[in-house]
Design a protein around this ligand. Structure first.
Ligand code: FSO
Ligand code: SF4
Length: 541
């Protein structure tokens, strides 16, 4: 196997024996093949569009889910991945039969094979099948960006928001990744274009979420546990949460969020559920201890799954693109109501969660809430009470080097405010960093896709202060990344013209030295140093 798509890749180079995430070589091979056949399907779909034929919405949804399935630690279930390959090949044959001009299609659009050939085929279509390291780097940068884009598009689709233009771009670009005639310059341009669509997809998801559930508002979320049995819901899918809350009403079972589901508490629509009690635990990588002490069933709606311990494996359920062998998967596509009764029955026979923390955390600072506070914020900036904003969005992870972010947050001058989104927040959201004239020093916009809110806020501040360039704002970008949703967030920020983003705890292994230097020269992308050095760099102190 060879996989280097996430920040935790072995030795900062690539996982070759098995994944640091727990992905085994046989699963990695089937994921490689799933990506390959999905590129083939995308090429057929793109050609059909060029011939002015329509592509069924179901095909685009299949492509989104396939990409999502291969995101880091989303799906470890080989059988589920194999069945997606079969379905994709079947759909591709159907599409292909309608394509008139097949001459320009890549080999992936024609390949088909029986299951016994899957392994052999997979070994020739993985990341290393592109020999030139710069072309490989750019192709993977685009593919990973598209995986993140697909995840967000799928969440929006679950709420009835689909944009055929975004899907057509995604499919066209995925097919282009196989196009040998594209040069490094072409691929660099395509990566930036992917970022533009990243902005669009995050805007679409923002619209889907806020139209369905209202605008996030300042909210205090309890972090202690109650004394009734509970279900813990993790991942990013708010529609799944809504269905679970509806079905657990009056059952005597409480619902808690974990990791990236925490921001659900900020939405007005979920406040009406009195059994939606709070957030349990921290970021995804702490789940081994936290799922054990939770005592009740856990529903993983997306990544990030850590291979479960036997002590709670029988309590782990997956849905959507997520999967783990031996753990029940709750089915249900776009527009369908999922049946969570098995999880609810399971919960009724479990002990209540063990409380592991006391107190509350505050969040809900997505764009509408921050813009409602605009006068207060502008006044604080004008008076000098707030000197800098520091965007510390992104992901948390296992690496000890990520303690940098806790230390960095603690070391910040008291007149600096952190803008955050994504699970990176767990490195500092319980530090009680205080406030500036009533404005909390950690403003949590929500999930990683709510980085869009941070961009909206920055653009608004640029307008209010009458600046020509977003980079003239007193904003520092010190972003932590882990998996491919962070890649689309990064490409989106670059497409908005944001410069000098610091990315850590390490730069992506999939950036070849040449591609990394292009990003450094054109966008000022840099890594991180020590907290001390970075304080001097950013604040001169
Ligand atoms: Fe975190 Fe995982 Fe949201 Fe990621 S839970 S790491 S960037 O899935 O998607 O922030
Ligand atoms: Fe390794 Fe990350 Fe790939 Fe898992 S997703 S195999 S940890 S590079």
């Amino acid at each position: 196997m060879f996989c280097y798509q996430c920040q935790e890749t072995a030795g900062c180079k690539g996982c070759t024996i098995s994944g640091v995430c727990g992905k085994q070589p046989d699963v990695a091979a089937m994921q490689d093949l799933l990506i390959y056949v999905t590129k083939g399907l995308s090429a057929a779909a793109t050609q059909l569009r060029e011939e002015n034929s329509s592509v069924p919405a179901e095909t685009s949804r299949m492509i989104l889910t396939n990409l999502f399935t291969t995101i880091t630690n989303a799906n470890f279930d080989k059988e589920a991945i194999i069945s997606r390959i079969h379905e994709t090949l079947k759909r591709k044959e159907e599409l292909l039969s309608s394509v008139k001009n097949q001459d320009s299609l890549p080999e992936a659009a024609f390949w088909n094979g029986k299951e016994e050939t899957f392994e052999e085929k997979a070994s020739s279509v993985g990341v290393l099948s592109t020999e030139n390291e710069d072309i490989r780097s750019l192709r993977e940068l685009i593919t990973y960006g598209l995986k993140g884009l697909a995840a967000y598009a799928k969440h929006a689709a679950a709420l009835g928001k689909e944009n055929p233009e975004i899907n057509a771009f995604l499919e066209h670009t995925l097919a282009d990744v196989l196009n040998d005639s594209l040069s490094a310059d072409d691929l660099t341009a395509l990566a930036l274009k992917t970022g533009e669509y990243g902005v669009q997809v995050m805007a679409l998801l923002d619209e889907a979420n806020t139209q369905a559930y209202g605008n996030p508002e300042i909210t205090k979320v309890k972090i202690s546990a109650g004394n009734r049995p509970g279900i813990l819901i993790s991942g990013h899918d708010l529609r799944d949460l809504e269905m679970l809350l509806e079905q657990t009403k009056d059952t005597g079972v409480d619902v808690y969020t974990h990791s990236e589901m925490l921001p659900a508490h900020y939405y007005p629509a979920f406040k009406k559920y009195s059994h939606f009690v709070g957030n349990y635990g921290n970021a995804w990588w702490k789940q081994k201890e936290e799922f054990e002490s939770f005592h009740g069933p856990i529903l993983m709606t997306t990544n990030c799954i850590v291979p479960p311990k036997d002590s709670y494996k029988d309590r782990l359920y997956t849905t959507g693109a997520a999967g783990y062998p031996g753990c029940p998967h709750i089915p249900g596509g776009v527009g369908e109501t999922k049946d969570f009764s098995a999880i609810i029955e399971h919960a009724k026979h479990c002990q209540p969660p063990k409380s592991i923390e006391e107190g509350e955390i505050t969040g809900g600072f997505a764009h509408a809430q921050v813009l409602a506070l605009a006068d207060q914020i502008v006044e604080a900036v004008t008076s000098g009470a707030i000197k800098k904003f520091v965007v510390m969005a992104g992901c948390d992870g296992r690496a000890a080097s990520r303690n940098y972010y806790t230390d960095f947050a603690k070391a910040l001058p008291k007149d600096a405010v952190i803008l955050t989104a994504g699970c990176a927040k767990y490195k500092y959201n319980k530090l009680n960093l205080g406030d500036i004239n009533g404005i909390p020093r950690v403003l949590d916009a929500g999930q990683c896709n709510d980085s869009y809110s941070l961009a909206v806020i920055a653009l608004k501040l640029k307008e209010v202060f009458g600046l020509d360039d977003i980079n003239q704002l007193p904003i520092i970008y010190n972003i932590a990344w882990y998996e491919q949703k962070a890649v689309i967030v990064l490409l989106a920020l670059l497409s908005l013209g944001v410069k000098n983003i610091h990315l850590g705890p390490t730069l992506p292994a999939f950036l070849s030295p040449n591609v990394a230097s292009v990003l450094t020269e054109n966008f000022g992308i840099a890594g991180i140093g020590t907290v001390e050095d970075d304080m001097k760099l950013f604040f001169g102190e």
